[in-house]
Every structure is written in C-alpha cells, then in structure tokens.
Design a protein around this ligand. Sequence first.
Ligand SMILES: *[C@@H]1O[C@H](CO)[C@@H](O)[C@H](O)[C@H]1NC(C)=O
Ligand SMILES: *[C@@H]1O[C@H](CO)[C@@H](O)[C@H](O)[C@H]1NC(C)=O
Ligand SMILES: *[C@@H]1O[C@H](CO)[C@@H](O)[C@H](O)[C@H]1NC(C)=O
Ligand SMILES: *[C@@H]1O[C@H](CO)[C@@H](O)[C@H](O)[C@H]1NC(C)=O
Ligand SMILES: *[C@@H]1O[C@H](CO)[C@@H](O)[C@H](O)[C@H]1NC(C)=O
Ligand SMILES: *[C@@H]1O[C@H](CO)[C@@H](O)[C@H](O)[C@H]1NC(C)=O
Ligand SMILES: CC(=O)N[C@H]1CO[C@H](CO)[C@@H](O)[C@@H]1O
Length: 398
Amino acid sequence: MAQRRALSMLAIATIFVCVQASPLTLPHSLQRRSGSTDISLSRTPGQFHSSFYVAEMTIGTPAQKFKMYLDTILPDVWVFSPCDVPGVCDVTVPSYDPTKSKSSVNESLFSSTSDVYTDYNGWIYADTVTLGSSTVSSSSFLNLDAFNSFTPGPLTASGSLGLGFPPKSPTTNESFWRALLAEQQGASPDLGLWVSRPSNLSDQGAVLTLGGTNSTFFTGDVEFLDLSKANSWALNISDLSVQGTSLKSKLSSKLAVFDVASSFIWAPKADADAFWAAVPGSIFGQDLYQWPCSTPINATVSFGGKTWTLTDNDLNLGPITNGSQQCYGALTAWGSFALSEYAVPDADWVFGLPFLRNVYSVFRATPPAMGFAALSVAAGGKYTVKHNDIWLALLHGR
Ligand SMILES: *[C@@H]1O[C@H](CO)[C@@H](O)[C@H](O)[C@H]1NC(C)=O
Ligand SMILES: *[C@@H]1O[C@H](CO)[C@@H](O)[C@H](O)[C@H]1NC(C)=O
Ligand SMILES: *[C@@H]1O[C@H](CO)[C@@H](O)[C@H](O)[C@H]1NC(C)=O
Ligand SMILES: *[C@@H]1O[C@H](CO)[C@@H](O)[C@H](O)[C@H]1NC(C)=O
Ligand SMILES: *[C@@H]1O[C@H](CO)[C@@H](O)[C@H](O)[C@H]1NC(C)=O
Ligand SMILES: *[C@@H]1O[C@H](CO)[C@@H](O)[C@H](O)[C@H]1NC(C)=O
Ligand SMILES: CC(=O)N[C@H]1CO[C@H](CO)[C@@H](O)[C@@H]1O
C-alpha cells in the first residue's frame, strides 16, 4: 500500500527537472579501488512541497533509460510496463519494454497479493540493471501494469529505486541494492545519503554513495544504531524536544522509520498534538497544523545519544494562503491529511525530508543498522570552527 502513496504522490508532482549527469569521471579500475561510487540525484518538486529524488538507471540490452525515484520504504526496483490500452493508460514517462531487450527473462506474473503492493499487477522480470557505473546482470524487478496503476496527471519518474528490505518484496531474488553492494568489491556494506535543501538559487538534489560514505558531506563520527524493527529502516526515538521541553515521557510511541520519499514527519495524533501544543499560537486546521510563521521552532530529536536539530525552515510548508502570517507545519498526524501517503504505516512515526535534510544518513546492510552524522558546512550544516569545514566551504565557493 506504500506503493499507492508513491504513485499518487508522483502523479501530483507537476514540475519536471532533468537528471544531472553523474559527475563521476574516474575510470572503472579507480572506482573499484576507492570502493565507493557517488550517484547524483536531481529533485523533482511537486505540489504540497513534495519532492522526489530521481536517479537515472538503465534496464535491458540495449539499455532502456529511466528516471527512477529513490524510496527507502519499498524494497524493489519497479518500472511501468508499456500501455496496452492507448488513450486510457498512457503514461507520460518512458516504460520498460521487455520485447526490446535481448537479456530480459519473464520470471512470473505478478498480482497484488503482497501487502505492500495492493491493487497493482504486472510481471516480474530479470534483466541487466545499471545505476551509475554499477551493473547487476540478472536482477529481478517489478514491471507494473500502467493500466492498473494509472492515476491521472503528469508523472515525473518511470518507477522507483527501492532501498527497503527484501522480505516485503514479491520478487524472489535478492533486491537490487543488496546485489549492488555485493558487487562493489572492497566496499563497505553502507549506503550514504545527503539530501540538500531545495532553494530556488541552487537546488543540489541529493548524493547517494554506494558502498560507503562521502566525508565531504558530514563532520564528526557517524552514530550507528541497531535497527529497532526487523526489515525496516527503523529506530526508536530516544528523545524529542520542542521549545526546550522534552516530550520523551509523553510520546505514545517511539518507533520511527525514515522515508526519503515523504515530505512530512508523520506522528500518532496524540504525539503530534503534544508537539504543536508546545509551539505558541499553533492550531490544528484544514488538515494540517499551523502556527504563526514568525515564531521560531526549536525542535531536536535523538535516536541514540546524539541530538539532531529539526531546522524550523524544514518544518515550514509555507503560508496557508498567499501573504498569510500563519504557516503550515510539516510535522503532522496520521489520518488528518486527506492526501495521506500511507494506507498502512510501517511504524508509528515516519521521518521524511524535514528530518533527513538535517543530517547525513547511512543505511548499513550487514549487520543491519542506521547511522546519522552532522552535516558539514559545505553540505548545509551549521557553522563550526573545524578547520577542514572552513576549507571545504571555501573549496566549494560558499
Ligand atoms: C510471463 O510469463 C507468464 C507465465 O509465467 C505468462 O502468463 C505471461 O503472459 C508472460 N508475460 C508476458 C508479457 O509474456
Ligand atoms: C526565490 O524565492 C524567494 C521566496 O520564495 C523570492 O522572493 C525570490 O524572488 C526568488 N528568487 C529567484 C531568483 O527566483
Ligand atoms: C565526494 O563528493 C564530492 C562532492 O560531490 C566529490 O567531489 C568527491 O569526489 C566525492 N568523493 C568520493 C570519494 O567519491
Ligand atoms: C533549544 O532546545 C535545546 C534542547 O531542548 C536547548 O538546549 C536550547 O537552549 C534551545 N535553544 C533555544 C535558542 O531556545
Ligand atoms: C522501541 O519502541 C517500541 C514501541 O514504542 C517498543 O515496543 C520497543 O520495545 C522499543 N525497542 C527498543 C529496542 O527499545
Ligand atoms: C498565490 O501566488 C501564486 C504566485 O505568486 C499564484 O500562482 C497563486 O494563484 C496564488 N494563490 C492564491 C490562492 O491567490
Ligand atoms: C541469486 C538468485 O537467487 N538468483 C535467482 C533469481 O531468480 C531466478 C529465477 O527465479 C533463479 O533462477 C536465480 O537462481
């Protein structure tokens, strides 16, 4: 059902931005030696402040090219199949055509028995799948029927690069991202992720590091924590504070997952109420919480011992109407918002982009763990007196 959210949110994303070519120019042998590879993703902004981070991938022989959005909840690579009822299921993005690939293998029909993909049908194929300079030669993925999954409106991606866990997956083979990590010889079992803050002057998208981290984007150590729930990028909140008051003892649930395809922080209603009750002048209205735009929000969260700031700008979805002094908050409650992204939540809390833009994130395959580190100045972190931060900022002309 997370699938349904992904498609409907894609359909309302209205602005199309081309994928930047990967800046990586090292020859193959050097990439292998360094052990990790950076993939640049561009942002496709949409309504309601939705943002998707899109990577270019190819499938098949010869290669068919797709823009695929990054998802840390769904486990699979999925891509639309060609429309078989023109005028009814036309999609505005390229679709995967197995008949045009010499290396495609039809593995099975796929029908929506899985609780993750309810309402969607299609096929499971295995084919050559490439991301950046890394290739998995026989990777299973979902080829979803555009007729069944069609939602009106322009789409901004052909499918998704899922970084979730295989047990939720209807494909039988090991998921693409795990196979990819296995192929990165000499690399660590980590995926590093930096998600920039969008700004109309310099939208830098995101950088996914396969097989390690990129120290350009963070400073200090990565705090790794064992996952709090099997087969989910889930951690327990150890503290959450707003305006200097800890909500730790008041939280109805502490289990949180991290979703790079969500523009919100979702919380149980009682916990969202407790959060906003601490912000002077806030009210709940028109599906979301709102508060006086000029009131600063000082919120912090921790999952282990380190404390991360939720920058109030990231929590601000903008004025409720043009020119209003009231702003919508990006921390909201399950069921309160008509365009709820999840039919069945994977955890009680979901930390989307309003949190992920404040940290450098590391997803570790084995043993499964998640880590966060403080952003470097160059990556949008706060000013610190560390010398190499200043050096990096100068290096990047900022
Ligand atoms: C793929 O194989 C299944 C049987 O496993 C078959 O029913 C289906 O029609 C095939 N799909 C295509 C597109 O040929
Ligand atoms: C950037 O956005 C701000 C606020 O939305 C606006 O005032 C400004 O004119 C924009 N600048 C450019 C160059 O578009
Ligand atoms: C880390 O990212 C920076 C900025 O994108 C890039 O210049 C550098 O080559 C990357 N480092 C590695 C080891 O990939
Ligand atoms: C913000 O909250 C933190 C933790 O609750 C507190 O230590 C800090 O002093 C507060 N900062 C401001 C500017 O209120
Ligand atoms: C995490 O939180 C959940 C739900 O609040 C709780 O059931 C579980 O025991 C916690 N796990 C750990 C490792 O603290
Ligand atoms: C708000 O302003 C934008 C552009 O400045 C405009 O496109 C939009 O229609 C306005 N909305 C309302 C409700 O006036
Ligand atoms: C690694 C792995 O499990 N590969 C399997 C992928 O799926 C095909 C078809 O079901 C199998 O033949 C492979 O062994």
